[in-house]
Design a protein around this ligand. Structure first.
Ligand code: GLC
Length: 432
């Protein structure tokens, strides 16, 4: 079974491979997405190490001069996607969107590097990537933390990667809808509209895009001029983890200054993260910088900090609350006990394998919780295939099918269970 599932995962990634980048899935997402690519590169590292490096390199080739790494790179035309390059209008030679996405490049690159047997061969390429990723990390603090709090804000729900989470509902109410040019959504032509964000939310997403475009995408002014400014603990935790992993890589290649400055950035952010802990909900919560208040909602964003060195007692409480609900397939994107929970609608309830993966990785000190997340994730795939996301109650596949990062996470989980069982097959050993 393991071998068959691994083969299917590899085939899924190969089918989405465009040579130097991978699409999340054909049809619904026909370009390169930022965090999808980094996590998919982990999948490649199990069967084609060179291709794993290229995936991350291609993403970083499209970094903006100021350091931002965009959330979508429109490598080729495709009329079937909205909002496309003309809506973003960022003026890049290869068009890109104008916002970013969860920074997991440093986190994924460290794993890839550690699995690479011929490290000397990749030395110069690693050096270049480390510098670029460092520039991206610094960009966050320069542009998204103007008051030097140690934590960065997202200015569009799509930056979070959790597009329509309940976390954004109140803040989105403050985003206008007027003046939005008429548009035709394409996502609902590829996936069930009942599973997707609502029209009301979509209007506001597009208002923000138009607003930022009217400011010529000048990152130095976007934060302050955005009505939507949220400090997401999950996003910040992924950034912190990437910064820490980058510090490790920088040390490997004697980039001492990058290593030291990264550790200072990460240390400050970890301390600041504590201001987002909610004792009643037993997890971290978002902070709305426009309204100056915490957003008391139990979403997955507040559990992702297990990925970094938060205090152990907090990790234990998060691990405990994860086991407190009876969803069979890992960690739902919204606590099922909350009234807003919707089992099918995108980031308002469903399970995503990338989240199961990152949280299970963060719970290495809680082996029973971790192992059960891994087992449940693999059962889910066996039952429902490589979907975009799943109903956490009965495992029904939702959204797009044949998804790259879902397949990549399966290879990660299988690699892990193969290693843990010390299987002699070695079928998932990284190659380069
Ligand atoms: C959706 C997800 C986002 C992902 C993208 C491509 O927009 O919310 O996180 O990067 O699809 O898979």
């Amino acid at each position: 079974m393991t071998k068959m599932m691994a083969d299917q995962a590899i085939e899924t990634i190969k089918a989405n491979d465009k040579g130097r980048y991978t699409v999340p899935t054909h049809g619904l997402y026909p370009f390169q997405w930022n965090w999808d690519s980094c996590l998919t590169a982990l999948g490649f590292s199990h069967f084609d190490m060179e291709r794993a490096w290229i995936e991350i390199e291609t993403l970083l080739e499209h970094q903006w001069d100021d350091g931002m790494v965009p959330h979508i790179i429109f490598h080729e035309g495709n009329e079937g996607y909205f909002p496309g390059p003309t809506v973003w209008n960022t003026g890049r030679p290869v068009p890109t969107s104008g916002i970013t996405q969860p920074p997991v490049a440093g986190y994924c690159l460290r794993k890839i590097y550690e699995r690479t047997s011929d490290r000397a061969h990749y030395h110069d390429r690693l050096k270049l990537l480390v510098k670029k990723i460092y520039k991206w990390h610094s960009w966050f603090f320069e542009n998204r933390d103007p008051e030097n709090t140690g934590l960065v804000a997202i200015i569009h729900p799509w930056e979070s990667g959790r597009d329509n989470s309940i976390d954004w509902d109140l803040a989105l109410d403050d985003v206008p809808q007027d003046g939005v040019a008429p548009f035709i959504r394409r996502d609902t032509q590829h996936a069930d509209p009942e599973h997707r964000p609502t029209e009301n939310q979509y209007q506001r997403y597009i208002w923000l895009v138009q607003h930022f475009a009217s400011l010529d995408w000048q990152n130095s002014v976007l934060h302050d001029s955005s009505p939507f400014k949220i400090v997401d603990p999950g996003f910040n935790a992924m950034l912190i983890r990437s910064i820490q992993d980058l510090a490790f890589l920088a040390t490997e290649i004697q980039e001492q200054q990058i290593a030291e400055e990264s550790l200072v950035m990460a240390g400050k952010a970890i301390k600041a993260l504590e201001s987002l802990w909610d004792d009643g909900l037993d997890q971290y919560v978002c902070y709305d910088r426009s309204r100056s208040c915490l957003v008391r909602n139990a979403s997955i964003g507040g559990l992702i900090p297990v990925l970094v060195n938060i205090p152990n007692h907090r990790k234990e409480r998060i691990a405990q609350s994860i086991t407190n609900h009876d969803c069979k397939f890992g960690i739902p994107s919204q606590n099922p006990q909350s009234i807003e929970f919707e089992r099918y609608r995108y980031w308002r309830g469903p399970v995503w394998l990338i989240i199961n993966y990152m949280i299970s990785e963060g719970l290495k000190d809680q082996p029973s919780v971790r192992n059960s997340i891994i087992e449940q994730s693999l059962e889910l795939i066996e039952q429902s295939g490589f979907a975009e996301y799943y109903d956490p109650i009965d495992g029904k596949p939702c959204g797009g099918q044949t998804f790259s990062w879902t397949a990549a996470m399966v290879l990660e989980f299988l690699g892990e269970s193969v290693n843990e069982q010390a299987s002699p097959s070695g079928e998932l050993q990284p190659t380069d």
